[in-house]
Design a protein around this ligand. Structure first.
Ligand SMILES: [Zn+2]
Length: 163
């Protein structure tokens, strides 16, 4: 019982430098408590998961999310979870104002990788230095290459895991 009180907080580093306030409104159709601005990304994750035979039920998993100023330097997102009934994703407001669609997707999928799939970090890189997984911490030495041409590979890796 005591163990369930321990939260694991994962953070992801990406440089950002802009500020703006956008209100969060819960999306009623998606389940969980997820702001409208994030809903399309959470839906995409659900659809990709289902392509890989994984059912994601945000209500069932008690997934909540918000966009908020994280005030942690270059941190773009975080997942706070006890692996059971708490799965909270925070996306940094400054990062959100500045990031491209694909980078937003990478960060949200990364945090959902922690909070929903239960994955930890993986820092492995290919010979050319590119990260093998979007589950990299952002603190290691590998380079991100989450571009359209690589998207299918990274999504497969996300749901298939390390094997
Ligand atoms: Zn992480």
């Amino acid at each position: 019982m005591y163990r369930s009180m321990l939260f694991i907080i994962f953070i992801l580093s990406i440089t950002s430098c802009q500020e703006d306030l956008i209100p969060d409104e819960p999306d009623q159709t998606l389940g969980g408590d997820i702001p409208t601005e994030l809903a399309s990304y959470f839906k995409a994750f659900q659809e990709e998961a289902s392509q890989h035979g994984i059912v994601v039920d945000y209500d069932e998993a008690n997934v909540t999310a918000e966009i908020q100023k994280l005030n942690q330097g270059s941190v773009a997102g975080s997942c706070t979870t006890n692996g059971q009934d708490i799965r909270h994703i925070t996306i940094d407001q400054e990062f959100w104002n500045k990031a491209t669609h694909l980078i937003k997707e990478m960060v949200i999928f990364h945090e959902l990788g922690h909070c929903v799939l239960g994955r930890g970090h993986k820092e492995d890189s290919f010979e050319n230095g590119v990260c093998q997984s979007i589950m990299r911490s952002g603190l290691g030495s590998c380079q991100d290459a989450y571009v359209l041409e690589n998207r299918a590979y990274f999504i497969k890796e996300l749901f298939a895991g390390d094997d």
